[in-house]
Design a protein around this ligand. Structure first.
Ligand code: OFO
Length: 169
């Protein structure tokens, strides 16, 4: 069954938002590399991969529904941060805005009674809960270690152990 055109447009906007997230996190990976925190940089590269997979999940969904993917331009990610904590506070804000856009998209799918869209978006709703919780946990750890060099070093080594994004997003 064909999708409502406004819903298709909103999916395309979400594809852009997911690619934009990937780009923002890649910018943060560069910042961490430049600031001698390779473990955090690795964590951000995995996040970049995950966001790309999120975009592709929506991309494939539109195609499977016989709809058109319309890729939109991305903007340059911000690039100046004052600390690892500052970076993760930006991540938290960013994820909160993504959560709002996913929730709005889900409401749109409900209003148009599009059941397959509702199902694919339920996966994203759960994912956002997990992502926000993970980011808050990192923020709390960063607050705990403060500016203690040896603790930041250990945390950086721990961040490096984040496994690559699973292929099945
Ligand atoms: Fe960071 O989350 Fe995508 O959806």
């Amino acid at each position: 069954m064909a999708m409502n055109q406004q819903l298709v447009d909103a999916f395309n906007a979400q594809i852009q938002a997911e690619f934009q997230s990937a780009y923002v996190y890649l910018g943060m990976a560069a910042w961490f590399t430049e600031n001698n925190l390779p473990g955090f940089a690795q964590w951000m590269r995995v996040q970049w991969e995950e966001e790309t997979q999120h975009a592709m999940k929506l991309f494939d969904f539109l195609h499977n529904r016989g709809e058109r993917v319309m890729l939109r331009p991305l903007s340059a990610p911000g690039g100046t941060y004052t600390s690892a904590l500052d970076v993760f506070e930006h991540v938290h804000q960013h994820e909160q805005s993504i959560t709002s856009s996913i929730n709005a998209l889900y409401e749109h799918a409900l209003n148009t009674k599009d059941l397959p869209s509702q199902i694919v978006l339920q996966w994203f709703i759960n994912e956002q809960v997990e992502e926000e919780a993970l980011v808050i946990e990192i923020i709390e750890r960063l607050k705990l270690v403060g500016s203690d060099g040896p603790s930041i070093y250990l945390l950086d080594r721990q961040m490096a152990t984040r496994p690559s994004a699973p292929q099945e997003a």
